[in-house]
Design a protein around this ligand. Structure first.
Ligand SMILES: [Zn+2]
Length: 141
């Protein structure tokens, strides 16, 4: 690291991001193939149903975010479970409530993508997310 001019650093960052994007795309393809999720087809079928279309769009955003923070196939950082329905984004520093207030619910994925995948997040399954919460409260007392 340590680039002499900021333009160089910016370009390098962008290159790294682009490379990662390709990697994520590849992982997503693999994941969808393995799990036989064919949401592209169901999306076609439900073209007129805007609600379902939106849900699929949000699901895709979730996949992208999960892939990014799992460094590949989406999985829980604690137990390695890969069921996307069970996975959540966890705020490593426990400031989830604060962050949620700002981004509000499902747009969390959008906000993470829009802000170029900020650090401080990890993928946990619902159980481990809950466990972390329980432990946090236990040790806070
Ligand atoms: Zn887990």
């Amino acid at each position: 690291m340590g680039y002499k001019n900021p333009e160089d650093a910016k370009r390098k960052n962008k290159e790294r991001y682009e490379a990662k994007k390709e990697f994520i795309k590849e992982q997503m393809r693999e994941y969808y193939h393995k799990n036989k999720i064919r949401w592209d087809i169901s999306r076609e079928r439900n073209k007129k149903n805007v609600k379902i279309h939106d849900r699929n769009k949000n699901h895709k955003k979730k996949m992208i975010v999960m892939c990014y923070y799992s460094n590949g196939i989406p999985m829980c950082a604690m137990c390695g479970i890969t069921d996307i329905d069970m996975l959540t984004i966890d705020h490593v520093n426990n400031n989830g409530a604060e962050h949620r207030k700002i981004v509000k619910g499902s747009s969390l994925y959008k906000s993470l993508i829009d802000s170029n995948f900020p650090e401080g997040f990890q993928v946990l399954c619902a159980n481990h997310n809950l466990k972390k919460e329980i432990e946090r409260h236990r040790y806070a007392e």
